[in-house]
Design a protein. Sequence first.
Length: 135
Amino acid sequence: PLSFGYTVGAVQRQYMESLTNIYKLGLEKYLGNYRLAYTGIVSTINQTQPAYGQLIQTQWVGPTNNRVGLAYSFGMEPTVISPGALASVKTQFIQLDGLYWLTKQLGVTASLWHGMQGDYYQRNGGQIGIRVAFD
């Protein structure tokens, strides 16, 4: 499909020492078998110190709805370092994922990712799953 879309999102999370707000605005465009998407992200802790991030995605969608995608996000994210101490830390995340349909109703999904959050966390992982479609 040669279509265009958008996403709008807001998430609020309450923790013992802080309140986090995350706002997202995204645009996507389908060009032939490809999907391109961009999402801008603004996040705050306790309504202070806004931080900005971005998510860029591309995805190939085959004629039988098999898919391969790549996502890359980067930017700053507010983080509670210790009680009462906030900081914006640099984040970076990359993910490769796919979906292969075995039948029209049963598919296999897989993904691999690598993420960095400042000097605090490095998250690497993978996932294999089953997707079921209901007609």
